[in-house]
Write a protein that binds this ligand. Structure first.
Ligand SMILES: [Zn+2]
Length: 451
């Protein structure tokens, strides 16, 4: 059975403490079971702490060895009560969403889902296109494949047999619609290589509004071809590309009401909006903000923190810069965090920085980070379970002020965190001076932020 929950002592005494990173989903409690691989729900971390020290019985020492844990270097326990945590949630409490996530059946990711489920496309239309692309349309070919003996003819061109590829991509009726919509957008229509993936490639570098409009265009074309095919068969009407085109144009009006994205203020985007006679969505003018890096008080230490993750989750690092009231850099740290998310890296940068500053004898610390969420977690005391013990241990003796700052005035910590992402898990580089390559924020300089 996979271990989704475990006991933790001292509000989160997990393996991360001794790696100085949150990297493992294994808790110490997972390893102190006597029955080997399966989780022992009665096992407590406090069972292996005697007189405030780790005391690992030989019967379970093998579990630690198999998990590659050198028991002689685990830092002393922080003590506290055993707390049961649900490892999959940040709070440590069970959430229904975690339960659903474990049990739901996961399908392969499909490249087209992001194109059809958009704010600018009505959900009923998204559902229609989802059925078409999932191969749910009852075309003649599909009915024949199911063993129904019918003659097949495409009701739109009255020439070929009907299957998905013919109906939506190579039927002269469909290619007429496709070439018309391509022309309205100013894109080149290649009648030889056509499928959903190739038509979406036209807008990969275009503005968000054009991507939205093109997604709506593809959706409209495919669904209207299908609806028109049904009308031809069941209402016995002749195929008319003119009727399909006018319906598609009407649908763009619906899309223009729903869309929230903005265009690039360029002629090529403007022409597309004019062609569909819908309201323009010009890009908002760029605002220029001035921001400053200010000095801490006389007896205060200013700590700039940053975490980064290449991939989110991916190889991650933490960076910390310590500055005194004169602006002198009195410390810089990079730490390798292994594979974790950006958010966890931001949290760990603050924890590692505070532990370091505290060990160096500072008691009044001003913590700054460009992660608003991380600062909010600490300022409101809503800390994820896996760092709770460390946080409770740190804050006992410190006076801490938290501020969220712009990343334009946090670049020194950012440089150190990127350096940390290249370090192996659990490795720390600390310096007690400013490094020659490191540019630090200047209190007399005005920095600019474009938003
Ligand atoms: Zn046809």
């Amino acid at each position: 059975m996979e271990k989704k929950f475990g006991w933790t002592v001292g509000d989160g005494k997990d393996i991360s403490l001794w790696y100085d990173a949150w990297c493992s989903t294994e808790l110490i409690a997972d390893l102190i079971s006597n029955n080997g691989s399966s989780f022992d729900h009665l096992a407590r971390v406090s069972d292996i702490i005697v007189n405030g020290q780790w005391s690992i019985p030989s019967t379970i020492a093998d579990n630690f060895r198999l998990a590659n844990i050198n028991t002689s270097i685990i830092p002393p326990p922080l003590l506290g009560e055993d707390i049961r945590v649900w490892k999959l949630s940040l709070t440590g409490c069970y959430l229904v969403v975690n339960g659903v996530e474990i049990h739901r059946e996961k399908f392969l990711k499909i490249h087209w889902s992001k194109w059809i489920w958009r704010k600018c496309i009505h959900p009923s239309r998204s559902a229609n296109i989802w059925k078409i692309l999932s191969g749910c349309c009852a075309t003649d070919k599909r009915l024949q494949d199911r063993g129904i003996n019918i003659a097949s003819i495409c009701f739109l061109c009255l020439k070929n047999i009907e299957d998905d590829t013919h109906l939506f991509w190579i039927c002269p009726f469909a290619t007429n619609i496709w070439s018309w919509i391509h022309e309205l957008f100013g894109f080149r229509w290649n009648p030889h290589v056509q499928n959903f993936e190739t038509v979406t490639a036209h807008v990969t570098t275009r503005s968000a509004a054009i991507r939205d409009l093109w997604a709506a265009a593809i959706t409209n074309v495919l669904t209207e071809i299908w609806h028109h095919r049904n009308s031809c068969i069941f209402n016995n009407i002749p195929a008319s590309s003119r009727r399909v085109k006018s319906k598609i144009l009407v649908n763009f009006f619906e899309c223009s009401i729903l869309m929230k994205s903005t265009m690039h203020n360029r002629v090529e985007d403007l022409m597309i909006f004019k062609n569909f006679q819908i309201n323009l969505r010009p890009a908002k003018p760029t605002r220029v903000l001035q921001c400053f890096w200010s000095l801490p008080d006389l007896d205060q230490l200013k700590m700039g923190c940053d975490g980064c993750s290449r991939g989110n989750p991916g190889p991650s690092g933490a960076g910390v810069i310590l500055r005194d009231h004169t602006g002198n850099t009195i410390g810089a740290m990079s730490a390798g965090l292994g594979i974790c998310t950006n958010f966890v890296a931001e949290l760990l940068a603050i924890i590692l920085g505070l532990e370091w500053a505290s060990n160096r004898g500072w008691s009044k610390i001003w913590v700054t980070s460009d992660s608003q969420t991380a600062i909010k977690c600490f300022a409101s005391d809503k800390i994820p379970w896996f760092i709770n013990s460390r946080w409770n241990n740190i804050r006992k003796n410190l006076s801490i002020k938290f501020s969220s700052i712009f990343r334009e005035t946090n670049f020194a910590a950012d440089t150190m965190s990127k350096r940390g992402a290249n370090l192996p898990l659990g490795t720390k580089e600390t310096f007690d001076h400013r490094l020659s390559f490191l540019a630090v924020e200047n209190p007399n300089t005005c920095y600019f932020r474009f938003s």
